[in-house]
Write a protein that binds this ligand. Structure first.
Ligand SMILES: C=C(O[C@@H]1C=C(C(=O)O)C=C[C@H]1O)C(=O)O
Length: 155
């Protein structure tokens, strides 16, 4: 992986904050879906939950203006979701809420070249955030559009 991509994929601070800066403030979260659903098999494994148990799922496009730079899919087990009021996030960034939690912990970031989302992406990463008993697996896929617009290499 090139150092330019490593700067994005391996960062442990808020991706939202980095995107706001890179997009010169013209950053938007486009909510694509927010629902209760069964996790994908790899998500169930990562969260150590049964694939038959429902999870909270949120899919967004993190955009510079109208142009998707990152596609994100976050899934959280329901048992510790109560009282987190994430259903009202709407087009506010999940990160803007996560990084306000004083006891936030972030697990290791795993990287993949695969991308299950529709838009072509060059790199994907995922990590688990914890805040008390609350856990959320956050998966982000960096699009080829972002690479083009930021002059990032193809790998
Ligand atoms: C975890 C963060 O939040 C980002 C925002 C998301 C959202 O609004 O659903 C999802 C994943 C992240 O890319 C972050 O800012 O690092």
């Amino acid at each position: 992986m090139s150092p330019d991509w490593w700067h994005w994929v391996a960062s442990t601070d808020s991706l939202t904050a980095r995107l706001i800066e890179a997009a010169d403030g013209d950053f938007r979260v486009r909510l694509l879906a927010q629902c209760l659903t069964r996790p994908r098999r790899d998500e169930a494994l990562a969260l150590a939950v049964s694939p038959s148990h429902y999870v909270w799922c949120r899919e967004v496009a993190l955009c510079a203006g109208e142009r998707p730079w990152v596609m994100a899919r976050s899934v959280a087990p329901l048992d510790a979701l109560h009282g987190q009021r994430l259903g009202q996030l709407g087009d506010r960034s999940l990160g803007s809420w996560l990084f306000r939690q004083p006891d936030l912990e972030r697990g290791p970031i795993s990287v993949t070249a695969a991308s299950p989302c529709t838009l072509p992406s060059l790199w994907g990463r995922r990590s688990e955030f914890r805040h008390g008993r609350f856990r959320v697996l956050v998966q982000e896929f960096f699009t080829a559009r972002m690479a083009d617009e930021l002059g990032l290499p193809s790998r």
